[in-house]
Design a protein around this ligand. Sequence first.
Ligand SMILES: [Zn+2]
Length: 158
Amino acid sequence: MDSARFVLDVHLGKLARLLRMTGFDTIYRNDLDDPEIIQIAEEEKRIVLTRDRGILKNKRVERGHFVESTHAKDQLKEIIDVFGLKNSIRFLTRCIACNGTIEEVNKEEIENELKPGTNQYFNEFFRCCDCEKVYWEGSHFNRMMSFYEEMKEELGIN
Ligand SMILES: [Zn+2]
């Protein structure tokens, strides 16, 4: 399934970050209530991921999944497995903070936004098209890369 898009309930904030990190279109806000989640799922044809079985009983929810695992990393594996997404992972394409798409940017474009130390030591930068958050090697980037390597190994992705 290439176009898996999700909306998550308030209990799944960590999973939301991991789904975005692996490139899946994921709506999550810690203030979304059930009616809002259902409405978003309906209007945007999104799959509801939830730890609350009640919401899945609503007839307006066409596609949903009760997340069995309790740890975020296991939850991510569960979702990738259940929806067959192993080959749809696109690492570093989506902003962890806002779900916007991120793309590589030239250092010159963002130079004056960087702290001096960052500017001096790093050369590869990505920026969110929506909230303009900048990602660079070092910072979260290294942690994300090692997470990605770990996931690849566990899921058997080349
Ligand atoms: Zn963003």
